[in-house]
Design a protein around this ligand. Structure first.
Ligand code: B12
Length: 252
């Protein structure tokens, strides 16, 4: 017999429902008794009470990295959890190829890059390159997809020019660095440039991805879809045929 899932849950530390959590942060203080007191004070203000400093290590000049363990009294109401459900079916490579042949009757052109100063190419390579990620082959594996991977630190005008040259159906950009919200600024700049360059009906699909995006922010950033951590190439390929298939047909 399966037990019904409770609607209200607490964190699990050592025993069910004990409310124990662990969090880490860095403070601009030395690693001494006062520094540890500062860490406990911050944790208490965040609702972790009592808080135990489980780990402290000074990193560089006058900064200390802390791991704090302690109890919170907050409950999670599972009925109020909001998630973005996948709005398209997950297809095999054969199904994706067949859908492209049927809807476009030519290869689907994908242009990808890491934009801005971001040099973290592993994520976009995982999606685009043949080798893929975790046993899933990348979009280059799909016979009906033509992939152009521009690599790292691509400026937006360069990306727009490549999209034109390659007659891109979809433009995929990766953003991993989130310091000072660089990922949000760069993606907004990119989507504004494409919207300025193309009439709405001819604009490529704009897709952004990276580990620290909120997938619900697509509209706010002016892109068609955002993918977060753990994305597989099959999800992206399935999305592309779904989204392009539901667009009005092309003029020949
Ligand atoms: C490898 C690495 C590097 C390598 C990058 C090599 C390369 N060619 O990519 C090197 C050493 C160059 C590097 C440099 C730096 N790094 Co670094 N780096 C990492 C590290 C360890 C792993 C990132 C990675 O490869 N993940 C694996 C891939 C597969 O995962 P992913 O990117 O999340 O991609 C998946 C999804 O997010 C999604 N996805 C990603 N992009 C896209 C795009 C699309 C279109 C779609 C659909 C999906 C998608 O699909 C992918 C597959 O599932 C992370 C820490 C970590 N453990 O994550 C730090 C990290 C990302 N780096 C960081 C930093 C700060 C830097 C530097 C600024 C350090 C410095 N002071 O010089 C520089 C910046 C250089 C630059 N100009 O960008 C920080 C970023 C902090 C932040 N949030 O802003 C991190 C988080 C480390 C940390 N904890 O501080 N780094």
């Amino acid at each position: 017999m399966t037990r019904a899932q409770p609607e209200l849950v607490r964190p699990y530390g050592d025993t069910t429902g004990d409310g124990m959590v662990q969090l880490s942060f860095t403070l601009p203080v030395p690693d001494d008794a006062r520094g540890q007191g500062a860490a406990r004070q911050l944790a208490a203000k965040m609702g972790v009470d009592p808080a135990l400093v489980a780990h402290a290590r000074q990193i560089g000049d006058g900064h200390t990295f802390f791991v704090v363990y302690g109890r919170v009294r907050h409950l999670v109401d599972l009925r109020e959890v909001e998630v973005r459900e996948r709005e398209f079916p997950l297809l095999s490579a054969e199904q994706v190829n067949a859908a492209v042949r049927r809807t476009l009757r030519r290869k689907l052109s994908v242009v990808g890059a890491c934009i801005g100063t971001d040099a973290h190419t592993v994520g976009i390579d995982a999606i685009l390159n043949l080798k893929g990620v975790a046993g899933h082959k990348g979009l280059e594996y799909y016979r009906e997809l033509r992939v152009t991977n521009l690599g790292a630190q691509v400026a937006v005008p360069e990306l727009v020019a490549a999209a034109r040259t390659e007659r891109a159906d979809a433009v995929l950009v990766s953003q991993v660095v989130t310091q000072r919200d660089a990922h949000l600024h760069n993606v907004s700049e990119m989507s504004a440039a494409f919207r300025a360059e193309y009439p709405a009906a001819r604009r490529p699909l704009l897709v952004a991805g990276g580990p620290r995006f909120d997938e619900r922010m697509a509209g706010q950033l002016g892109v068609d879809r955002i993918f977060g951590r753990g994305t597989t190439p099959a999800e992206v390929a399935s999305y592309l045929v779904h989204a392009l298939g539901s667009r009005p047909g092309e003029e020949s």
